[in-house]
Design a protein around this ligand. Structure first.
Ligand SMILES: NC(=O)c1ccc[n+]([C@@H]2O[C@H](COP(=O)([O-])OP(=O)(O)OC[C@H]3O[C@@H](n4cnc5c(N)ncnc54)[C@H](OP(=O)(O)O)[C@@H]3O)[C@@H](O)[C@H]2O)c1
Length: 367
């Protein structure tokens, strides 16, 4: 009886302490907005910043201090940037579970954007592989800005001459995701059948082309208005999801790359070959913890039978950007750009991507 009471009080005390710690962490969560607004930048540049989580209205284009490269960095004058779903996840602070890393009450990092392409303006003294004037593209937090500094050994490579800055900016996150999903998680081989669910979006338009470059037979799934687009980038077959459910068909696939996550795992397993692989790139987007439950279900589903059920988070790196650069330079992959917005309309660019109806990539231009 006494032990029971002690356990009860201990559990209560722990729960109370955790609640106080969580509330304190929440209310003390802060960022650099106040200090930035208190000082006038000496060497200003324009950048998209946000001080609170929310709808695109939280985004503002402000004058902030132009960055200075350290010994290992390049200073890049950004000519174009591209928008990805991760940008609006950061802007909204969703799913909420992600705020454990992003900042509980306010975003810890107040700059937005990752994908960029531009011209090297200066290099640190340890940098040998790039020089001023080089045209480059890559990924760096805070890319919705006139300048970024990037480490020379990170996600940055020379831009192929046959690409515009806008096309190059469209590449990094979406194309690396497609490449890693198809090659590293999907182990796609020549002659295999792959289905890309969500073939007309940012990741999908790269996935169709990369899978074709790997010699696969590609089926793209999209809505009626995007059928011609998906065919034009190389899909052998196109399934219009408004008319046909690919999980009810007779065809089997060696690999399914899923950018949408709108079918049950049992339906997907049914149209996978016995040794086929399902790769979840995108899943249902909810406010709290999605797509975690689906990711956990994948783990369980993988335990039964010979089919592989996987999810992954893409990793931006120089090696894979180089693979992509070669595919782009050879004309095997060409970025599809839907809309372009000037930096001053970055809000509108993010708002459009959030509709989930983009056809290829949405690009922000600096000039
Ligand atoms: N795992 C990772 O590391 C990683 C990396 C990047 C992105 N992602 C995730 O992958 C997903 C796709 O990213 P994205 O950049 O391609 O997004 P996106 O460009 O916003 O995707 C828009 C496209 O999705 C299509 N779509 C919407 N509903 C569909 C459905 N029911 N069936 C087929 N297509 C549908 C739309 O075509 P219609 O208008 O024709 O429907 C549109 O073309 C997102 O959830 C993103 O968060 C994950």
């Amino acid at each position: 009886m006494k032990l029971k009471r002690v356990l009860k009080w201990t559990a209560g005390a722990i729960a109370f302490a955790l609640s106080v710690a969580a509330l304190t962490a929440y209310w003390t969560s802060t960022n650099d907005c106040d200090s930035r607004h208190a000082a006038t930048p000496r060497n200003p540049m324009k950048a998209v910043v946000y001080c609170d989580y929310g709808a695109p209205e939280v985004l503002a284009v402000e004058d902030i201090e132009k960055p200075v490269p350290n010994d290992d960095q390049l200073l890049v004058r950004v000519r174009a940037a591209a928008v990805n779903p991760l940008d609006w996840h950061f802007m909204r602070g969703t799913p909420y579970i992600g705020r454990l890393g992003m900042g509980l009450r306010k975003p810890e990092v107040t700059r937005l954007g990752v994908d960029y392409a531009g011209t090297v303006e200066a290099v640190g003294r340890n940098v040998t592989q790039f020089k001023p004037g080089d045209e480059v593209f890559g990924g760096r937090t805070g890319a919705f800005a006139q300048y970024v500094t990037v480490r020379a050994d990170r996600a940055v490579v020379l831009k192929p001459a046959n690409l515009t800055f806008e096309q190059a900016a469209a590449v990094p996150v979406a194309a690396i995701t497609a490449l890693q999903g198809i090659r590293d998680k999907g182990h796609l081989r020549t002659g295999q059948r792959v289905l890309i669910n969500g073939a007309s979006g940012g990741v999908g338009t790269f996935a169709v082309q990369i899978a074709k470059a790997f010699g696969a037979h590609v089926t793209g799934v999209c809505s009626t208005r995007n059928v011609e687009l998906v065919r034009s980038i190389g899909a052998d077959d196109v399934v219009d999801y408004t008319r046909e459910d690919f999980t009810k068909g007779a065809r089997r696939y060696d690999l399914i790359v899923d950018n949408v996550g709108n079918h049950s795992l049992s339906d997907l397993k049914r149209v996978l070959e016995p040794n086929g692989t399902y790769v979840m790139v995108g899943g249902p987007a909810g406010r709290w913890i999605d797509p975690l439950p689906r990711a956990l279900s994948l783990l369980v589903a993988s335990r039964f039978g010979s089919q592989e059920m996987r999810m992954f988070l893409a990793e931006l790196n120089q090696k894979d950007l180089t693979v992509l650069r070669d595919l782009l330079a050879a004309g095997k992959v060409t970025p599809v750009i839907d809309r372009r917005y000037p930096l001053s309309e970055a809000r509108e660019a993010v708002r459009y991507l959030e509709t989930g109806r983009a056809r290829g990539k949405v690009v922000i231009t600096m000039d």
